[in-house]
Design a protein around this ligand. Sequence first.
Ligand code: URP
Ligand code: ZN
Ligand code: ZN
Ligand code: ZN
Length: 467
Amino acid sequence: MRTVVRGGLVVNATGAAPADVLVEGERIAALAAPDAGLTDGWAAAADRVVDATGRYVLPGGVDAHTHMEMPFGGTTSSDTFATGTVAAAWGGTTTIVDFAVQAKGTSVLSTLDEWHAKADGQCAVDYGFHMIVSDVNDNSLKEMDACVAAGVSSFKLFMAYPGVLYATDGDILRAMRQATGNGALIMMHAENGIAIDQLVARALAEGRTAPVEHGLTRPPELEAEATGRAIQLAGVTGAPLYIVHLSSAPALAAVSQARDAGQNVFAETCPQYLFLSIEDLARPGFEGAKFVCSPPLRPVEHQAPLWRGLRTNDLSVVSTDHCPFCFAEQKELGRGDFSRIPNGMPGVEHRMDLLHQGVLAGELSLARWVEVASTTPARMFGLYPRKGVIAPGSDADIVVYDPTATQTLSAATHHMNVDYSAYEGMEITGKVDTVLSRGRVVLADDTFTGAAGHGRFLRRDLCQYLH
Ligand code: URP
Ligand code: ZN
Ligand code: ZN
Ligand code: ZN
């Protein structure tokens, strides 16, 4: 199968230039300037010509933080690997890295087998796994090495959720020491869960039960404290550190300080922290439950520092933390007790579009948009140059993006398996037009043309900022 993507502006993290792209089989075979004379021949010999005139041609998005069918908070996130990866494709994301979750008392490697069984044959786009280690013990530590050898080269630990996923400082230290040996990247959910649990208990005892209390009992100070502590522990062990879903200005300040001191500390933020705020969590009635995620949505003044962090590279990745729960049955579990609202928000479909609003607003350049949404996550998690770049030899994961089309985000039209949109009614400029996943057109003319099982498991290398 030969496809030519013609007439577009190819945007990589290094910049943008008009070019035609030749795809042979699953890979990009060549790029040529549109006036090179070459591409008439390419088009004549192609099985398919995609007209990208007036469009951007982007490397497929890499969403390095999703939770499909994740058991959490007494229920399971509502997108399966099948439905969630279709939604990803609609939004121009052609790779996800999802989290396998070790339950306490179980083995890391059996957990990995379990997650392979869930995803195998289901995914519409390529996927990898991180491993959540909730039970740090001698066996788990040994199994981390085997995970790295099996292409799972990053491990998430939790300073939040005592009794569930929580790791003590000692656990964290041991896991970090293991990572310095096997080259893996430690990812941290940095919130002080012990202190938060006290604030939650007190709120409930005082009859404060509404969704907004979720935000008020998880203040930025406790994210900043945990972020700083994780950085210090990483410093002591020499381990690199990646802070996930960073939401607040003081947590970012801790990251910036460590980076300025030369420490290998990286961080991601998510669209919900750039576009939504605690005002959404405070919507009347139980509506705020739709916006419950951890760390929580912050006062609006945290947004400008996050955008600035994306420009200075103190925030180097934007992932979604896609973890959808239906409002009707699942968020409902916490009516009358905010602490029982399942934590997580839908978003895998809208990351590229929302960040494009940042391009239009002058917050990000075109190249930086591609860098934070595709190139850096690919490098950070050992997938580059297979993913994250439009270049000969790379997988033909290509998004043709129309920067002038308009759309209105809504649960009525999105493809995620969840009964609400966090961005209901939001008007967006820009829209995904055509998507190729490893050379196959999976989205065109407003129709999904991919298939479950097309997506393959990606054995990832080590973090390419370090190795
Ligand atoms: O609220 C969230 N973020 N849910 C997903 C689990 C996690 O901590 O990333
Ligand atoms: Zn987390
Ligand atoms: Zn800096
Ligand atoms: Zn998450």
